[in-house]
Structure formats: structure tokens, C-alpha cells
Write a protein that binds this ligand. Structure first.
Ligand SMILES: [Zn+2]
Length: 321
């Protein structure tokens, strides 16, 4: 008699597309199905392609005699965890307050977990990735907005709402560009992709020479990938932008270190295209800090689950047979 093996279904809702996957107990994606994200539709129409993708993935599980432990969902917004429903989803407002967990449970009769993308990511890194052996993990993801999430002894913690989730206005400096909230030094104005783009724009206005100019003349969109490519080729402006970015990320680490005393700091998001260029700068700046027990115990590492981190992390809460 064959023995059923444990898997779970992960779903990462994204702006361009939504991915549904069959993921095993080691965090490996075994099957994957992608559905287009339809914007400006009512909730039921928005979810329809996702449900069909889940149907397809569950059929794969049945075909392979795999036992499904549950369905985990990663939401790009805020979530009411106990109610398993999205609260605010800026890219898909029709899902705001929609009873997603109840709908999935009634349709599939499986345990359902719904988390924000940042919480899913830190859970994924804790169970399957860089944070497996650490007690106090802080995950900072740097994309269009900055997200932070904290796990202590294997549990998500919400010690201060201002400091976890999408953390646009956490103050990390006393100066810097003015934020939409009216203050200066907010994290989003210093390390988000928009902040980095503005650093480059200011340099271009000053007439600095850079190979980035040719990329913009080619109508390429500004991204961390583009910036990192030019930095690796030796462009001095791109390299300086990474040095400045490293400085602000260390200020963010300083802030979080003082608040929550994490012993592992995981950096994720598009900023990781900066690779060793960025991480070595961050580590050098940390070594230059005055020696204190807090700074001595901190380790800064890149997320190791890559672009699937929230997808894989969405199933991290399930226990497998
Ligand atoms: Zn602000």
C-alpha cells in the first residue's frame, strides 16, 4: 500500500499575476500554476481564476496520492489574521474585508491560513530558509514599499503596529526628503525603490556622468536589476547609490535593533539585486559601529528563498504528516 505524503497549497496574490503551488514539507515547489490578476473587478470575479488554479493544483495532488495539509494565502496588504480575511489590498480593493478564508474553507474543506506577504516571507525564512536556527528574526523587505516582520521563538510578534507590516513612516534619520506624512527621515523616503530612483534623478539633474543615462534613453524602466547591472559594470553613480542605500539600511537596522533585539536580520526584496555590493557595504558599516553586545550578536543575511519567499512561507504554519 502506498503512503500519502504531505504537501500544502500556497497562493501568493500579486499585482501582475497570482501563483498557486503545491509545496512539500521541505519547502520545495512541486507544481505551479499561474493566474492573471484581474484588476477593477468585483471580488468573486477577481478570485475566479485563482480558484480554478487551486482546483488544478489539488487535482495534481490527488493524481500523485499526496495528502494536502491546508491552503495558505499571501496577501499584498493588511490582514485580519484570526478572521482570515484581507483588510486592505491596495492593488485589489474589491478584496478589502472579503471573507476569503471562509470561502476557501467552505469550498475545499481544508485548513486555511491567510497572512500578509511580509509575514508569510518571515515564516518561510524561519521554517525553510535563512532563519531556521535563530530565535529572534527580523525580516526587512525593500521594494516599492518597505515591509518588516518579526518572529520570536517561532511565532509572529506584533509588538508595535507602527514597526511591523508595511512600515512606510518608521523614522530612521533626522534629515532626508520630506515624506507624504509631513516629516523627514521616514524609512520609505530613504530606502524604497522610489527613494533610490530619486537619488539617481538628483544626480542626473546635477549633470553627473553615468551609464544609466543610456539605459533611460533606451526607454528601460528604472529597477534594482538595472541599477545593479550598471554598478557591476563599474558605473560610479550606481555604486555610490548602493553605498548610500547601505547607509540608510544600517540606520533602519539600528532602529530595529534598539526596539526588538533580533539576532538575525534578513534582508529581502528587489534590493537584493545589489548582491555582495550592497551586503558587503552593510557589513562594513556595522563593523564600524561602536562595539556593544547588541551589535556583536546581530547577523545580516539575504533571504534565501528568493522570489518565492512569500509563496513558500504561506504554507509554513501547517504541520505535515
Ligand atoms: Zn512619513
Amino acid at each position: 500500500m502506498s503512503v500519502a505524503k504531505g504537501v500544502a497549497v500556497g497562493m501568493e496574490i500579486g499585482g501582475g499575476q497570482t501563483t498557486v503551488a503545491l509545496i512539500d514539507r521541505d519547502g520545495c515547489v512541486r507544481e505551479r500554476c499561474v493566474a492573471k490578476t484581474l484588476r477593477s473587478r468585483p471580488a468573486v470575479a477577481t478570485l475566479d481564476p485563482y480558484l480554478r488554479a487551486i482546483d488544478t493544483i489539488l487535482q495534481h495532488a490527488r493524481d500523485q496520492n499526496l495528502e494536502v495539509a491546508g491552503i495558505g494565502v499571501s496577501i499584498p496588504g493588511s490582514v485580519d489574521g484570526p478572521a482570515r480575511r484581507p483588510l486592505q489590498v491596495p492593488i485589489l480593493p474589491s478584496l478589502n474585508n472579503f471573507p476569503l478564508g471562509d470561502l476557501l474553507e467552505n469550498r475545499y474543506h481544508l485548513p486555511i491560513q491567510v497572512h500578509t506577504d511580509v509575514d508569510a516571507a518571515v515564516l518561510g525564512e524561519h521554517r525553510f530558509g535563512a532563519g531556521k536556527t535563530h530565535q529572534r528574526l527580523l525580516f526587512l523587505t525593500v521594494n516599492a514599499v518597505v515591509g518588516a516582520s518579526l518572529v520570536i521563538d517561532g511565532q509572529l510578534e506584533y509588538p508595535g503596529r507602527q514597526y511591523v507590516g508595511h512600515v512606510c513612516h518608521v523614522p530612521i534619520a533626522s534629515t532626508g526628503p520630506r515624506c507624504s506624512c509631513g516629516k523627514c527621515g521616514c524609512i520609505n523616503t530613504l530606502i524604497s525603490i522610489e527613494a533610490v530612483k530619486r537619488m539617481v534623478q538628483r544626480a542626473l539633474r546635477r549633470g553627473e556622468e553615468t551609464t544609466l543615462t543610456q539605459r533611460f534613453l533606451n526607454h528601460e524602466t528604472f529597477s534594482h536589476q538595472l541599477l545593479a547591472e550598471e554598478a557591476v559594470r563599474g558605473d560610479s553613480l550606481a555604486q555610490r547609490v548602493y553605498r548610500e542605500l547601505a547607509r540608510w539600511i544600517v540606520e533602519a537596522i539600528t532602529r530595529y535593533l534598539g526596539l526588538f533585539e533580533p539576532n538575525l536580520f534578513i534582508l529581502g526584496g528587489g534590493v537584493l539585486y545589489g548582491g555582495d555590493l550592497l551586503l558587503s557595504q552593510i557589513r562594513t558599516l556595522i563593523q564600524d559601529r561602536p562595539k556593544s553586545p547588541l551589535w556583536q550578536m546581530i547577523e545580516v543575511v539575504p533571504a534565501c528563498l528568493g522570489s518565492d519567499v512569500a509563496l513558500i512561507g504561506s504554507i509554513a504554519p501547517f504541520a505535515f504528516v
